[in-house]
Design a protein around this ligand. Structure first.
Ligand code: IMP
Length: 519
């Protein structure tokens, strides 16, 4: 029997091994041995923890010129990203890409809303007209769960401010048919547009009123501050903002039809920071021409091209001047592209191969689709992605478009593929993503379904953020950039997972359980 080695020589002895434990990324992703891999097919080996998880830095690049404090991007889908989602994604350090399955003007209005958003201010207050009756105001109080409605001349926002009607004004009035103009407070406290949140809050504290109304020079209502919000006004230290204007960053998608040039012009006028050319197959004459036109017409606008799944597709778009790439074909949770088109690639292999190529040219890549948990995000970054785009993960949140409904005792929201018949019926933009705008019969590449209520992304994104920090800590890297570098240098190692290893990694042998992801 061989003699037992002295424990003090363990580190010296380790050096005598020709290779580190596990597989390098190149060995793992060698398609000749294993075929295409998805995120669930492998694991990252743990490293050495010599720092706290809160020290882990998640700052990363979205495009050549835009950096974000978190790698999270919401997908341009009509059940995922409109203004509310884009505002909150940006506040929480990511970015939202507003979908284009709507008119040019509607999309531009959403971009404008994001760019004009001021944290803490109620930027679209519910208003009433002088003719609104007391009964109607009481009903509104019940419907919205708050009172304190500014009264504007035209009963709309924006509009000239005439007064404010609060619960105290309507409480004891017996004749509910009276118009609010009879009982409203006619000289509400106002401040001129341009004051900061802390100045506004200071005024609110002093005046001891429920609302501070913000107006412009012509006394048009611009926004409002509420005493109820005073204490809970959150700070968003990670917010994605333009360095010059301090406005939130906003992205939007367009297609490759000639009319998309008009659309883009309107989006740029609204203040767009980054455009995503939205196509399921980005390596096309149409996209390359669109890309070149954008770079010529709006040289300062960052352009993310795609989608791609191979080096060759990526090379064409890089050569045409894109500032970022979006990777994924057939990996989305609502997607049936691989089944119907026979085209696509397992997402792990697609991300690895495109990133290996694109990163050499300084083009950041976004792994799009198939992200269903924090582990998938970490793996996408380890394979070379700088950001991840999520659809299903963010659908069903308070900030996603659409109303909740109940089915089978569950609170749900709709989530549908942009290549589903439903979405293509709604707009040519959706159909054009799949080159189907002229089709007599749509060939669906996605399905329409529903997802369970996930609550607000104000909780969900911080959960992803903390989870990603903890994962990097386990791997032994202090940032997402370090993760990518250490993978490339062979220090961060991998293991392939057999089918039984995947089963072992899941929950097993329990009679029942509840899977709660965060408090
Ligand atoms: P998820 O995050 O796995 O739900 O995937 C979202 C991604 O799926 C989107 O960002 C798109 O790239 C892609 N996608 C959206 N709609 C469709 C569709 O109808 N068919 C195929 N892929 C789609």
């Amino acid at each position: 029997m061989a003699a037992v080695r002295d424990y003090k020589t363990a580190l010296e002895h380790l050096k005598t091994y020709p290779k580190k434990d596990g597989l390098s990324v190149q060995e793992l992703m060698d398609s000749n041995t294993r075929g295409g891999l998805t995120y669930n097919d492998f694991l990252i080996l743990p490293g050495y923890v010599g720092f706290g998880s809160t020290d882990v830095v998640l700052r990363t690049r979205l495009t050549k010129k835009i950096a974000l404090n978190t790698p999270f991007v919401s997908s341009p889908m009509d059940t995922v990203t409109e203004a509310d989602m884009a505002i909150h994604m940006a506040l929480l350090g990511g970015i939202g890409i507003i979908h284009h399955n709507c008119s040019h003007d509607e999309q531009a209005a959403m971009v404008r809303k994001v760019k004009k958003y001021e944290n803490g201010f109620i930027n679209s207050p519910i208003v009433v007209s002088p003719q609104t009756t007391i009964a109607e105001a009481r009903q509104m109080k019940q419907d919205y769960g708050f009172s304190g409605f500014p009264v504007t001349e035209n009963g709309q926002f924006p509009g000239k401010l005439l007064g404010i009607v609060t619960s105290r004004d309507i409480q004891f009035v017996e004749d509910a048919t009276l118009p609010v103009s009879e009982i409203m407070t006619k000289d509400p406290v106002t401040s001129l547009h341009g004051i900061t949140l802390s100045e506004g809050n200071e005024i609110l504290r002093k005046i001891k009123k429920g609302k501070l109304l913000i107006v412009d020079e012509e006394n048009n209502l611009v926004s409002m501050l509420s005493r109820a919000d005073l204490m809970k006004n959150q700070n968003y230290p990670l917010a994605s903002k333009s360095a010059t204007t301090k406005q939130l960053l906003c992205g939007a998608s367009i297609g490759t039809l000639p009319t998309d040039r008009i659309r883009l012009t309107k989006l740029v006028e609204a203040g767009l920071d980054v455009v995503v050319i939205d196509s399921s197959q980005g390596n096309s004459l149409f996209q390359i021409e669109m890309l070149k036109w954008i770079k010529q017409t709006y040289p300062d606008l960052e352009v993310i091209a795609g989608n791609v799944a191979t080096r060759e597709q990526a090379a064409n778009l890089i050569a045409a001047g894109c500032d970022g790439l979006r990777i994924g074909m057939g990996s989305g949770s609502i997607c049936i592209t691989q089944e119907v088109m026979a085209c696509g690639r397992p997402q792990g292999t697609a991300v690895y191969n495109v990133c290996q190529f694109a990163n050499q040219f300084g083009v950041p890549c976004m792994a799009d689709g198939g992200v269903a948990n924090i582990g998938h995000i970490v793996k996408a970054i380890a394979l070379g992605a700088s950001t991840v785009m999520m659809g299903g993960m963010l659908a069903g949140t308070t900030e996603s478009p659409g109303e909740y409904f109940f089915r089978d005792g569950k609170r749900l929201k709709s989530y549908r593929g942009m290549g589903s018949v439903d979405a293509m019926n709604k707009g040519a933009a959706s159909a054009s993503r799949y080159f189907s705008e002229d089709d007599k019969v749509f060939v669906a590449q996605g399905v329409a379904g529903s997802v369970v209520d996930k609550g607000s992304i104000k909780k969900f994104i911080p959960y992803l953020y903390n989870g990603l920090q903890h994962s990097c800590q386990d791997i032994g890297v202090t940032s997402v950039n370090a993760l990518r570098e250490e993978v490339q240098s062979g220090n961060v190692r991998f293991e392939f997972r057999t089918a039984s290893a995947q089963l072992e990694g899941g929950i097993n042998n329990l009679h029942s359980y509840e899977k709660r992801l965060h408090n």
